[in-house]
Design a binder for this molecule. Structure first.
Ligand code: UGA
Length: 476
């Protein structure tokens, strides 16, 4: 059974038929520790990965060709907001386990493993731009003078591993260098922004796909201390399958969100409460309660891009994955749901002032990539509304992205004189908002809770005309 599936899941939790337990023993019987690691690209995934691997005791060099980013890190800062990251980077740099450079030759000089964590921004036609991934492979092929594993960590489409193998062979053949010293692997991450350090150090599972014993053994050595600490199961498989696990996981979570949003839209029509529907569904162990939060939909640098990339990949290989088209369509439609709730209350939005409470794509981050709040703000501006935006950390990015909105670092000041407010991010500052103060600040006491994060009864009691998403039973 194990051989036909081509995967190895450790440790064996429920079923002893899956895989031989001695593989787990191998994994933990790691003599050669620590591992010398290079992490290429110290953005969100790269910096968290670098810091956490150093925390496990490995020797890590983080590289970025953005000199400003490296300067920030050398000066003791981190280039973006992520809970616990600054303290962890401080700790592991002070202990000498993590350092930073802009020089690739320096970064990979001793590395046994090179994690590729460069950006894969979306292309206009769908699908990610993999030029930066290719460039790293070309440069590593040129510089590698010892055996190492090049590991995809950035979210990349299936078959990227095959492409990397091709690039390495092409470059090494052209240079007449050793054709066997670079091994390719895929080791997807499953970390959430805002909980990235926690997720990396407390994984639900560790997945890596390799095509050689050398690469598999190196990754075992990297993760042995984490398996020992957490007991996390390990999925060992081939490169294509590891890539697909990442694609399928994100696409499934996005599907779950769009599904509950579609249900919410029906709830609004029939007068049911999606929060209770989700609760009732989630009690079924096969469904589970997570990722059933209806609202303005998913944003961020992962789900929107990954759903597109999976669609793009499926089309390229001749499979029409229409389910994912619908997931993306429902997600985009959630902004229209909020707009139509505003129109129901205010009729024309032209000339009205709308306050958006929260801009980041979710709480705990200043990341505005594909943030539903920004899509909503753009639509409101296009319709001729004045838009006030409050966010506790993301306002500098809001001003850069949308110079025409008016920004406030206080939610009640943002609401002053507005005709309605919309909750777009469920920040604690928004969840705990002084509702009586909000009523006093607004010109009309209209609130659309685009995250269903406020207590409708309390909102009503404070004098608000409360609209949730899929809470049709309580429409104002
Ligand atoms: C997501 C995945 O959760 C991670 O497992 C994955 O590693 C990561 O993408 C990635 O590919 O790098 P992230 O984008 O940081 O992580 O954020 P999530 O917490 O998953 O939230 C994504 C979006 O979905 C947010 O806009 C959030 O508000 C929305 N969401 C989430 C809902 O609308 N409803 C829910 O029930 C859950």
């Amino acid at each position: 059974m194990t051989a036909t599936l081509g995967a190895c899941i450790l440790p064996v939790f429920r079923s002893s038929v899956w895989f031989p337990t001695d593989v787990r023993a191998d994994l933990l019987d790691v003599k050669e520790f620590p591992v010398d690691i290079a992490v290429i690209g110290v953005g969100h995934v790269g910096l968290v990965t670098a810091a956490c691997l150093a925390e496990l005791g490995h020797t890590v060099v983080g590289l970025d060709d953005d000199a400003a980013k490296i300067e920030t890190l050398h000066a003791g800062g981190v280039p973006f907001h992520e809970p616990d990251l600054l303290q962890l980077v401080e700790k592991v740099t002070a202990s000498g386990l993590l350092r930073f450079t802009t020089d690739l030759a320096d970064a990979i000089a001793d590395a046994e493993i090179v994690f590729v964590c460069v950006g894969t921004p979306p292309l206009p036609g769908g699908g990610p731009d993999l030029r930066f991934v290719e460039r790293v492979a070309v440069e590593v092929a040129a510089l590698a003078d010892h055996e190492l594993v090049l590991v995809e960590k950035s979210t990349v489409p299936a078959n990227t591993g095959q492409r990397l193998t091709q690039v390495i062979a092409r470059e090494q053949t052209a240079r007449g260098t050793d054709l066997t010293n670079v091994h390719i692997a895929s080791n997807p991450e499953f970390l959430r922004e805002g909980a990235a350090v926690y997720d990396t150090l407390n994984p639900d599972r560790i997945v890596y796909g390799t095509s050689s014993d050398f690469a598999r053994d190196a990754l075992r050595r990297v993760y042995a201390p984490l398996v020992e600490r957490t007991g996390a199961p390990v999925v060992e498989t081939d490169v294509n399958t590891a890539e697909l696990i990442k694609h399928a996981s994100n696409a499934f979570l996005a599907t779950k969100i769009s599904f509950i949003n579609a249900v919410a839209n029906v709830c609004d029509i029939v007068g049911a409460d999606v929060e209770v529907v989700a609760q009732g569904m989630g009690m079924d162990e096969r469904i589970g309660p997570k990722f059933l939060q209806a609202g303005l939909g998913f944003g961020g640098s992962c789900f929107p891009k990954d759903v597109d990339a999976f669609l793009h990949l499926s089309r390229n290989v001749g499979y029409d994955f229409r389910l994912l088209e619908e997931v993306a369509r429902i997600n985009a439609g959630q902004r229209d749901v909020v707009l139509s709730k505003l129109r129901d209350e205010l009729w024309h939005l032209t000339g009205k002032t709308i306050t958006i409470l929260g801009a980041a794509f979710k709480p705990g981050t200043d990341d505005l990539r594909e943030a539903p709040a920004l899509h909503l703000a753009r639509a409101l501006l296009e319709e001729g509304a004045t838009v006030h935006v409050y966010d506790p950390v993301a306002l500098p990015g809001v001003r850069r992205a949308l110079p025409d909105v008016v920004t406030f670092d206080d939610p009640l000041q943002a609401a002053a004189g507005a005709h309605a407010a919309v909750v777009a991010t469920d920040w604690p500052e928004v969840v705990k908002l002084d509702l009586a103060g909000l009523v006093a600040a607004l010109d009309y006491p209209i609130l659309v809770d685009g995250r269903n994060c406020l207590d409708p009864e309390a909102a009503r009691a404070a004098g608000l005309r409360y609209h949730g998403i899929g809470r049709g039973h309580l429409q104002a």
